[in-house]
Design a protein around this ligand. Structure first.
Ligand code: TEU
Length: 580
């Protein structure tokens, strides 16, 4: 009676290869290191691995700057190693989706090397090149103009073609001395944007996707895929509140749906493949349209923006509230009901660790990690776990910027300092500790030996000092570990269709601490109640769930065979009941 699909029933586990497991002692995680942990993943009970980029890359953005789409970066291993990983996953009835990064390439990609060599190159139009603007054309006075803002060579006085900004801070354009033109890069200057208007670019990408699908992968996570269409004329940004200047122009651009549906018609539809489009600033309505284009689901970030500060943007710090979190996620749960499909995620390689951001990683680290796991695994949609969340890994206690590796953090801090937005070192460190993507990129913590068993060498990123207590080996010995809770919930999910296909029914619309909801199918109801606070509280559930019920999972071990008409909930208490 359900519109079944394997990718609706699956739980995905995201592996950031650089930080997962190092097999050869060079301090960097690698593919053979992942192969060593296939039984660990199988035992955990996840179904699909999403592997962050492992392609040939100079590593400016840890692999999101691809120099060759069809070869493996030797730091991660060989194509034979990758084949072994795929076979190892398939042997265990697990699947593999790869990261598709086609909004941009590395500037060291052969296409860009040819493109930049001459305005007459046949590859010139693979990227987005434009003449700069004179100060007059840009309406900027000589007094306002600082060439240092644009790293201009001696004697060049002009401005970029428009006012768009990079997500990594500064202008989204870089002047190229070789041909005296500027090229567009929405991320780092070593990540030039591809020109998707050029049919040859689209053809080359579709061929490359086909090549990987022919190898037997089970789908793609598509990096910033709603940025690939830029409007004619590349007009200046008009929305001063946009996440970065110009985003109102290049997010969900004019041809984006044409390109996504062409991609699915030409390639994906020939396979039983899962696609998840990573989309900054996407609305529920837009997400539905991408579903009609063939995309299985999208990553949206509305709930991961709630703690932005008053100055706006990621490089600011604000407070999220339960009301906002509940209302934002409820909007997506109801919005895609029966028309589209949600992805669910609170962690990834770009975001701070959820237990530090949405939980309480001091007095209630385990309880709040388990509550967040309950939210992830009982809302409607495909859950995406991120490596280490299953043991409640938390943010890294940065003591200095010298410990930071992330280009996004380093560039944005430099630009914020230049603009005077960040004055004191404490302010910088406070923001880095809270926001830096490196919080999610510290090595996976396997046991309490040196470097948490991640490497025999010197780790590329420092290991969180809490690895002596927070690690997989300790979790195995601990009846009440976060990992055991995930395994419990994952096997309950496998057993009961209501976890996957039940409609979401919200019970609490304004409770200041409790978030309670049901998931309902014609023959079962899941009742979930969460105390999203560090205080005890009481909650009166709706009358129709009071009475006999099977207690499925909870993070305080007091199995309760019934739902009382008043529930006394301890700090961060989560309970899941099944009503037949
Ligand atoms: O991230 C896209 C993106 O929107 C992020 O830059 C986001 O703005 C920020 O990282 C925090 O949410 C994707 C990849 O996930 C990221 O790792 C890459 O750096 C980026 O694209 C460029 O490829």
């Amino acid at each position: 009676q359900f519109d079944r699909a394997w990718w609706k029933e699956a739980v995905v586990y995201q592996i950031y290869p650089r930080s997962f497991n190092d097999s050869n002692g060079d301090g960097v995680g690698d593919i053979p290191g992942i192969v060593e942990k296939l039984d660990y993943l199988d035992e955990l009970g996840v179904d699909v691995v999403w592997l962050n980029p492992v392609y040939e890359s100079p590593g400016v953005d840890n692999g999101y700057d691809i120099a060759d789409y069809r070869s493996i970066n030797e730091r991660y291993g060989t194509m034979a190693d990758w084949e072994e990983l795929l076979a190892g996953l398939h042997e265990r009835d697990m699947r593999l989706i790869m990261d598709l990064v086609v909004n941009h390439t590395s500037d060291e990609h052969e296409w860009f090397q040819r493109s930049r060599s001459s305005p007459d190159s046949e590859y010139r139009d693979y990227y987005i090149w434009r003449e700069g603007r004179s100060l007059g054309e840009a309406g900027v006075s000589a007094a306002e103009f600082d060439p240092a803002d644009y790293h201009l060579p001696e004697g060049v006085y002009e401005l970029p073609p428009n006012d768009w900004e990079s997500f990594f801070g500064g202008s989204a354009w870089t002047y190229d001395e070789e041909t005296g033109e500027w090229y567009l890069h929405l991320f780092d200057e070593k990540q030039p944007d591809l020109n998707w208007q050029n049919e040859k670019v689209r053809e080359a990408i579709y061929e490359m996707m086909e090549w990987w699908l022919q190898k037997g992968i089970d789908g793609f996570r598509m990096d910033v895929i709603n940025l690939i269409s830029k409007p004619e004329g590349l007009p200046n940004g008009e929305d001063s509140d946009a996440i970065v200047r110009g985003a109102d122009q290049f997010v969900n651009g004019p041809n984006v749906h044409e390109y996504i549906s062409e991609m699915h018609d030409r390639v994906i539809s020939d396979y039983d493949a899962m696609t998840v489009g990573e989309m900054a600033e996407v609305s529920v309505e837009e997400a539905k349209k991408f579903g009609e284009d063939g995309m299985s689901m999208v990553f949206n970030f509305d709930h991961l923006r709630l703690d932005f500060g008053p100055e706006g943007g990621r490089w600011s710090k604000g407070e999220w509230t339960l009301d906002e979190l509940r209302d934002t996620l409820t909007e997506w749960q109801k919005g895609l009901e029966g028309d589209g499909w949600n992805s669910l995620h609170f962690n990834n390689h770009d975001e701070p660790r959820m237990v530090s951001r949405f939980g309480n990683d001091e007095e209630y680290r385990r309880e709040s990690a388990k509550l967040l796991a309950t939210l992830l695994l009982t809302l409607k949609g495909t859950p995406f776990m991120y490596q280490g969340e299953e043991i409640g890994m938390q943010n890294y206690p940065f003591e200095s910027l010298t410990e930071v590796r992330d280009v996004d953090t380093l560039n944005n801090v430099r630009v914020a300092r230049q603009s005077g937005r960040l004055e004191s070192e404490e302010e910088v460190l406070d923001l880095v500790q809270y926001r830096s993507r490196d919080n999610a990129r510290t090595p996976m913590q396997w046991h309490d030996d040196e470097h948490a068993g991640f490497t025999e060498g010197d780790p590329w990123m420092p290991v969180n000092p809490n690895y002596t207590e927070v690690n997989v080996a300790a979790a195995r010995r601990d009846e009440r570990s976060v990992r055991r809770y995930y395994r419990h919930l994952l096997s309950a999910r496998d057993e009961h269709d209501v976890f996957v296909y039940g409609d979401y029914v919200l019970h609490t619309t304004d409770h200041d601490r409790v978030w309670a909801y049901s998931r309902v199918t014609p023959d079962a109801e899941l009742f979930v109640v969460l105390n999203v606070s560090s205080a005890t509280t009481t909650y009166a559930p709706p009358a129709n769930v009071v009475g006999e019920a099977e207690f499925l999972v909870g993070n305080y071990n007091t199995p309760l065979g019934r739902i009382n008409d008043t529930l006394d909930l301890r700090p961060w208490e989560a309970r899941v009941y099944l009503l037949d």
